[in-house]
Structures are given as C-alpha cells and as structure tokens.
Ligand binder design. Sequence first.
Ligand SMILES: NC(=O)c1ccc[n+]([C@@H]2O[C@H](COP(=O)([O-])OP(=O)(O)OC[C@H]3O[C@@H](n4cnc5c(N)ncnc54)[C@H](OP(=O)(O)O)[C@@H]3O)[C@@H](O)[C@H]2O)c1
Length: 237
Amino acid sequence: MACDRRMLLGVGALALALAAGPALALDAKIPVAVIGGGNIGGTIGGLWVKAGHPVMFASRHPDDLKPLVDQLGPLARAGTVEQALAFGDAVLIAVPYKAYPEIGQAYRGLLKDKIVLDAGNATKARDGDLAAEAESAGIGATSAKYLPGARLVRAFNAANYRLFAQNAHRAGAPMAVPIAGDDRQALGVAAALVRDAGFEPVVVGGLNTARKFQMGSAGFGHDATAADARKAFGVAE
Ligand SMILES: NC(=O)c1ccc[n+]([C@@H]2O[C@H](COP(=O)([O-])OP(=O)(O)OC[C@H]3O[C@@H](n4cnc5c(N)ncnc54)[C@H](OP(=O)(O)O)[C@@H]3O)[C@@H](O)[C@H]2O)c1
C-alpha cells in the first residue's frame, strides 16, 4: 500500500514536472536511480535522499554500497544496474566515462526513453580515446552516441563533488548547476532534481551546448550564482 502510494505520488510529481518544463520544483518525490555510488553519485544521490526521494544506488558491486545506503537510511537502497534502471523514473549516470559504451549497450532497452542526468566527464588518463572524442564531437553528442535512446540532460558534471557537498542548500544565493538537453520534459525533471539537491539549475541550451561547461571549457569548475552563470553563458532568465 505504502509502495502504491509512493508510486502514485512519484508518477504525479513526474507528470507535473513533465507538463511544466524547466521552472518547476517537484512537489512530491520520484524514485531515482543513481548508477555509480562513488564520489559524485554518492554525494548527489545522498542529497536527493535527504530531500525525500527514494534512491537506488547501483554499481557492478552493489554489496560495496551497503555502508552508503545504511548511512542514508530507509529511502536509500542498493542494487544492480538493471534493478536500479527498472526502479528509477529518472537516472543519474555517475560512472567513469569509459564505462558508457558498455552500459549503453548492455542496458539499451532499460535506458530507452528514460530521463537520464549525465554527470560523466571524459579524461584521457582514465577514459582513453573517449576523451579525444568528447573534445572533438562535444560531450553531449558523445554521451548521446553511447547512451542511445535515453532522454539525456547533462548535469552535475561541472564541479567537484566536494563543492556540491559544501554548497548544497547554502544560505544566500544558491550555487548554479548548468544543465543542457534537447528534451524539454527531461530538462524540467532535471531542473527540479537540481533544485531538490539544493542548487539552482541554469539551462544553457540544447545538448550541444554542454560543450560550454564540459571539462576543459571556460564554463567548467565554477562556484557561481545563477545570475552570474546566466551572464557567463549568455542565457536569459
Ligand atoms: N569526482 C567528482 O568530483 C566528479 C564531479 C563531476 C563529475 N564527475 C564524473 O562522474 C563520474 C564518476 O566519478 P566519481 O569521481 O564519482 O567516480 P568514483 O568515485 O570512482 O565512483 C564510480 C562509481 O561507478 C561505479 N562503476 C564503475 N564502472 C561501472 C560500470 N561499468 N557499471 C556500473 N557501475 C560502475 C563504481 O563502482 P564499481 O567499480 O563497484 O562498479 C563506483 O561506484 C566520472 O565520469 C567523473 O568524471 C566526477
């Protein structure tokens, strides 16, 4: 019964966010899958749990995620990638970029039409040739190539996890989180989840504009207010 109610609330909130586009905050909680329970997945997923979202964290070794979910309490659980993708109405991908091709292929069916917040950055040392591909094609196009069918929104990639942990729900003007995507409804859900984590979303534009805040770009690595971020990215309120 509780589960049915949670599902209804979740679906209702999702429908509202889908209808309203980028401006809305979720007034109820949706189940979220966090693929990768390390620095960035653990931090952002933990903020969603604290905001009341049920979150399933996943990795290749879900048993290793037990300390994380135990510490976060009953809204947090750990599972396989398959279980988490089935669980979440929205997904945060927070794994090393080199895992994208394999994840996109292995879970193609579950990722199809899924709203996916994509936090990955590609670095040469860790991710090899994918870093050069992301540099030349743009990180948005590269993610879309390896996660085909997902409704992608680049989000939470542009700052260190420690900065997110420190600045979530800070006093005064919130820290801006630049986001970019082609799917308006997915942008709406992502924006609401950015707010629920304690930040202010700044929609930079379509997925190709994720270049403006990919690793190595001028828009990467800032702790800015939304007003300053909008000015820097040249986007309107
Ligand atoms: N660290 C930051 O401050 C930061 C900030 C913004 C963006 N990012 C980006 O976020 C991504 C994750 O970075 P991180 O620092 O959080 O890494 P991390 O601490 O090393 O955590 C990576 C997580 O992904 C899991 N994982 C790895 N390969 C997987 C696969 N094939 N399938 C499922 N799960 C897998 C790992 O668990 P198992 O190995 O047990 O599977 C682990 O839970 C990277 O792309 C990074 O560039 C990081």
